[in-house]
Ligand binder design. Structure first.
Ligand SMILES: [Zn+2]
Length: 187
Protein backbone atom coordinates (compact mmCIF):
# COMPACT_ATOMS: atom_id res chain seq x y z
CA UNK A 1 0.00 0.00 0.00
CA UNK A 2 1.32 3.41 -0.93
CA UNK A 3 0.32 6.28 1.36
CA UNK A 4 0.97 9.72 -0.11
CA UNK A 5 1.70 12.40 2.50
CA UNK A 6 1.09 16.08 1.84
CA UNK A 7 -0.38 19.11 3.60
CA UNK A 8 -1.48 21.24 0.68
CA UNK A 9 -1.91 21.32 -3.07
CA UNK A 10 1.60 22.66 -3.61
CA UNK A 11 2.96 19.51 -1.95
CA UNK A 12 0.37 17.22 -3.47
CA UNK A 13 1.50 17.66 -7.10
CA UNK A 14 5.11 16.49 -6.72
CA UNK A 15 4.18 13.84 -4.13
CA UNK A 16 1.58 12.26 -6.43
CA UNK A 17 4.05 12.39 -9.30
CA UNK A 18 6.57 10.40 -7.24
CA UNK A 19 3.80 8.05 -6.09
CA UNK A 20 2.81 7.25 -9.64
CA UNK A 21 6.44 6.74 -10.68
CA UNK A 22 7.03 4.36 -7.77
CA UNK A 23 3.79 2.57 -8.44
CA UNK A 24 4.78 2.11 -12.07
CA UNK A 25 7.91 0.28 -10.97
CA UNK A 26 5.95 -2.15 -8.81
CA UNK A 27 4.12 -3.89 -11.63
CA UNK A 28 4.79 -7.38 -10.30
CA UNK A 29 3.18 -6.93 -6.90
CA UNK A 30 -0.39 -6.08 -5.94
CA UNK A 31 -0.14 -2.40 -5.12
CA UNK A 32 -2.66 0.30 -4.34
CA UNK A 33 -2.53 3.97 -3.51
CA UNK A 34 -4.54 5.19 -0.53
CA UNK A 35 -5.95 8.51 -1.67
CA UNK A 36 -8.65 8.76 0.97
CA UNK A 37 -9.19 12.04 2.80
CA UNK A 38 -7.82 10.72 6.09
CA UNK A 39 -4.71 11.51 8.09
CA UNK A 40 -1.58 9.46 7.37
CA UNK A 41 -1.71 8.11 10.95
CA UNK A 42 -5.24 6.81 10.41
CA UNK A 43 -4.20 5.16 7.16
CA UNK A 44 -1.10 3.53 8.71
CA UNK A 45 -3.21 1.98 11.47
CA UNK A 46 -5.95 0.99 9.10
CA UNK A 47 -3.66 -0.92 6.74
CA UNK A 48 -1.73 -2.45 9.59
CA UNK A 49 -4.99 -3.75 11.03
CA UNK A 50 -6.03 -5.14 7.67
CA UNK A 51 -2.79 -7.07 7.35
CA UNK A 52 -1.07 -5.26 4.50
CA UNK A 53 2.52 -6.56 4.75
CA UNK A 54 4.35 -3.60 3.27
CA UNK A 55 3.54 0.10 3.39
CA UNK A 56 5.26 2.73 1.31
CA UNK A 57 5.10 6.34 2.46
CA UNK A 58 6.00 9.20 0.19
CA UNK A 59 5.99 12.80 1.43
CA UNK A 60 7.61 16.11 0.43
CA UNK A 61 10.90 15.15 2.14
CA UNK A 62 11.02 11.92 0.16
CA UNK A 63 10.37 13.86 -3.04
CA UNK A 64 13.30 16.14 -2.22
CA UNK A 65 15.61 13.24 -1.33
CA UNK A 66 14.37 10.74 -3.89
CA UNK A 67 13.44 8.28 -1.14
CA UNK A 68 10.52 6.13 -0.05
CA UNK A 69 9.78 5.08 3.51
CA UNK A 70 9.21 1.33 3.72
CA UNK A 71 7.32 0.03 6.74
CA UNK A 72 7.03 -3.71 7.24
CA UNK A 73 4.14 -5.02 9.25
CA UNK A 74 5.98 -7.91 10.85
CA UNK A 75 8.32 -5.46 12.63
CA UNK A 76 6.18 -2.70 14.12
CA UNK A 77 7.55 0.75 14.86
CA UNK A 78 10.91 2.24 13.98
CA UNK A 79 12.66 -1.08 13.74
CA UNK A 80 10.64 -2.04 10.69
CA UNK A 81 10.99 1.27 8.90
CA UNK A 82 13.65 2.11 6.38
CA UNK A 83 14.24 4.82 3.83
CA UNK A 84 15.24 3.59 0.41
CA UNK A 85 15.97 5.18 -2.97
CA UNK A 86 12.92 5.51 -5.21
CA UNK A 87 14.79 4.21 -8.22
CA UNK A 88 15.58 0.92 -6.45
CA UNK A 89 12.08 0.35 -5.15
CA UNK A 90 11.31 -2.56 -7.43
CA UNK A 91 14.06 -4.85 -6.18
CA UNK A 92 13.91 -3.58 -2.60
CA UNK A 93 10.15 -4.11 -2.32
CA UNK A 94 10.51 -7.62 -3.75
CA UNK A 95 13.33 -8.43 -1.32
CA UNK A 96 11.43 -7.02 1.62
CA UNK A 97 8.27 -8.96 0.77
CA UNK A 98 10.31 -12.16 0.45
CA UNK A 99 11.94 -11.45 3.80
CA UNK A 100 8.55 -10.79 5.45
CA UNK A 101 7.24 -14.05 4.03
CA UNK A 102 10.26 -15.94 5.34
CA UNK A 103 10.08 -14.39 8.78
CA UNK A 104 6.34 -15.08 9.15
CA UNK A 105 6.91 -18.64 7.99
CA UNK A 106 9.79 -19.17 10.41
CA UNK A 107 7.79 -17.69 13.26
CA UNK A 108 4.80 -19.93 12.50
CA UNK A 109 7.00 -23.00 12.23
CA UNK A 110 8.76 -22.24 15.52
CA UNK A 111 5.38 -21.68 17.16
CA UNK A 112 4.08 -24.97 15.81
CA UNK A 113 7.17 -26.86 16.95
CA UNK A 114 7.03 -25.31 20.40
CA UNK A 115 3.36 -26.22 20.80
CA UNK A 116 3.32 -29.70 19.30
CA UNK A 117 3.56 -32.41 21.92
CA UNK A 118 4.04 -36.15 21.84
CA UNK A 119 1.89 -37.21 24.79
CA UNK A 120 2.64 -40.54 26.46
CA UNK A 121 -0.84 -41.05 27.81
CA UNK A 122 -4.41 -39.98 27.08
CA UNK A 123 -4.19 -37.68 30.11
CA UNK A 124 -1.17 -35.97 28.61
CA UNK A 125 -3.02 -35.88 25.32
CA UNK A 126 -5.86 -33.96 26.95
CA UNK A 127 -3.40 -31.43 28.33
CA UNK A 128 -1.58 -31.13 25.01
CA UNK A 129 -4.68 -30.22 23.03
CA UNK A 130 -5.72 -27.62 25.60
CA UNK A 131 -3.35 -25.09 24.06
CA UNK A 132 -1.60 -26.79 21.19
CA UNK A 133 -1.22 -29.84 19.03
CA UNK A 134 -0.75 -33.50 19.87
CA UNK A 135 1.17 -35.77 17.50
CA UNK A 136 -0.11 -39.21 18.44
CA UNK A 137 -0.58 -42.73 17.23
CA UNK A 138 -4.14 -43.14 16.02
CA UNK A 139 -6.02 -46.26 14.96
CA UNK A 140 -7.70 -44.47 12.07
CA UNK A 141 -11.19 -45.42 13.24
CA UNK A 142 -13.80 -42.67 12.78
CA UNK A 143 -15.76 -43.78 15.85
CA UNK A 144 -12.61 -43.47 17.96
CA UNK A 145 -12.05 -39.95 16.65
CA UNK A 146 -15.65 -39.04 17.47
CA UNK A 147 -15.09 -40.11 21.06
CA UNK A 148 -11.87 -38.14 21.27
CA UNK A 149 -13.77 -35.12 19.99
CA UNK A 150 -16.54 -35.56 22.56
CA UNK A 151 -14.05 -35.89 25.39
CA UNK A 152 -11.50 -33.25 24.43
CA UNK A 153 -13.01 -31.18 21.57
CA UNK A 154 -9.92 -32.11 19.52
CA UNK A 155 -10.02 -33.77 16.10
CA UNK A 156 -7.41 -34.89 13.62
CA UNK A 157 -5.99 -31.91 11.80
CA UNK A 158 -3.66 -33.78 9.55
CA UNK A 159 -1.87 -37.09 9.08
CA UNK A 160 1.65 -36.01 8.12
CA UNK A 161 3.26 -37.73 5.14
CA UNK A 162 6.45 -37.83 7.16
CA UNK A 163 5.86 -40.58 9.69
CA UNK A 164 8.23 -41.96 12.30
CA UNK A 165 7.69 -45.46 10.91
CA UNK A 166 6.91 -48.59 12.85
CA UNK A 167 3.68 -48.86 14.76
CA UNK A 168 2.18 -48.00 18.10
CA UNK A 169 -1.00 -48.04 20.11
CA UNK A 170 -3.85 -45.59 19.53
CA UNK A 171 -3.58 -42.78 22.08
CA UNK A 172 -7.29 -43.13 22.83
CA UNK A 173 -8.45 -46.73 22.41
CA UNK A 174 -5.13 -48.56 22.56
CA UNK A 175 -5.73 -50.51 19.34
CA UNK A 176 -2.76 -51.07 17.04
CA UNK A 177 -1.94 -48.00 14.95
CA UNK A 178 0.37 -47.58 11.99
CA UNK A 179 0.15 -43.83 11.63
CA UNK A 180 0.54 -40.81 13.83
CA UNK A 181 -1.89 -37.93 13.43
CA UNK A 182 -1.88 -34.32 14.51
CA UNK A 183 -4.78 -33.57 16.85
CA UNK A 184 -5.98 -30.13 17.91
CA UNK A 185 -9.09 -28.18 18.67
CA UNK A 186 -10.58 -26.29 15.77
CA UNK A 187 -11.41 -22.63 16.28
ZN1 LIG B 1 -8.38 -45.44 18.44
Amino acid sequence: MIVPIFKNDAEKGPVMEAVSRVRGQLGDVRVKVDEREETPGFKFNDWEMRGVPLRLEIGPKDVAKGTVALARRDRPGKEGKSFVPQDRIQSLAAETLASIHASLYDRALAFRKANTHDPRSYDEFRQAVEGGWAFSWWCGDGACETQIKEETKATTRNIPLEQPGGSGRCIHCGKPATEKAIFAKAY
